[in-house]
Ligand binder design. Sequence first.
Ligand SMILES: *Cc1c(COP(=O)(O)O)cnc(C)c1O
Length: 460
Amino acid sequence: MTNAQSTARRARLEALDKAHLWHPFTQMKEWNNGHPLVIERGEGCYLFDVDGNRYLDGISSLWVTTHGHRTPELDAAVREQLDRVAHSTLLGLANVPAIELAARLAAVAPGDLNKVFYSDSGSTAVEIALKIAFQYWQQRSDAKPCKTKFVHVQDSYHGDTIGAVSVGGIDLFHELYRPMLFEAHRVPAPHCYRCPLGLTRPDCAMACADEVEKVLREHNEDIAALVMEPVMMGAAGMLAHPEGYLKRVRELCTKYDVLLICDEVATGFGRTGRMFACELEDVVPDILCVAKGLTGGYLPLAATITNDEVYSAFLAEFDAFRTFFHGHTYTGNPLACAAALANLDLFERNDTLAHVQNVAAHLSERLKEIGALAHVGSIRQRGLMVGVELVRDRTTHESWPAGLKMGYRVTDRCRDFGLILRPLGGVIVMMPPLSITTEQIDFMIDTLAQVIVEVTENVS
Ligand SMILES: *Cc1c(COP(=O)(O)O)cnc(C)c1O
């Protein structure tokens, strides 16, 4: 393509994008005044735009890529499945990759989790967990039909469908829809940098967990389940829980006879250095939700995984109608399941978890330099999940005014140097593919450090 042809092509794509494409979580008025970065292809940890410019994918294409883009083994697995069948339904039929993957997930999931219900996104995985938990209490032999409510954590994010929003705790995303939602009990965010109880570690003795106990003690007879993102709350800005919080919540759920739903849509598949974040505190939930990294970032697939106890409450004669009346058209899509199987194979073959632990240790070292910058208030890291919180004042933790869009200023400028990041408010998120090298981490840190200094010293 000549330069003129390539300029004309980019202009055409930009015009069509602005005319027809409504982007998620995006103020389209602003978008339409800018110039979209249009991605054409990927390779390893890099993405390339239509002009051939290369960018390090510092957010794993929104937290999904594990072994990199165009991983030969994943490409081959999807192609081989394409030569057999692209889709066949799980309603009334089974298919080979869906069976094989269910068995593999049962083997890698924590503890006794061994029953796999597929869907297509993190949101649906959570919807399914909520409905399973609700129906479980209605139907188990010692039924407790009053247990219909849910507990969720302030600042949590579980997806954008109505049920997932009902148990969502980010008021900016969720409050507007309140009249459409069901009510849930909310417990304070276990977030030490901005403790909602106004306490500090370790003097607080994890009072946030005592708040969970208060709600469960008072209301357990009405509560079906507590839903939480274990260890790290992603979408709220990478809020890291204090160590031991998850374990304590597990103990409380057991004590008060409430199911624990762990949403590992973001943390699952190696992001924290373990296959699942629950393993960091030896916790086994009653229901586990996974999605993002499941197919290595190739295709939309999710799973809600539970144990025999929950599953068995749905077993009965046909006309008892205890069936789980739920299913999405593309449930258990063979192409997506084939990609997921190849993804899990590579975790073993490449010893991906050991690699993540190595590069995450290097990342921790390098993050100290970022932490020393004048306008960095807090750095929260678990494995390859990182939040860098920008503040106006490190002493008071005062944030920059939202209108200054400091997060976007930083990530927009990073693009000029070939690095794709995305902020959550004033928090810069880094979540690179698990296959990232130490050299690529150095590039990411060097670029980010330089850009934070440049942007925060030139505030207007
Ligand atoms: C992204 C995310 C979801 C929603 O997943 P979608 O595939 O976008 O529906 C749910 N929970 C957590 C923790 C997430 O990070």
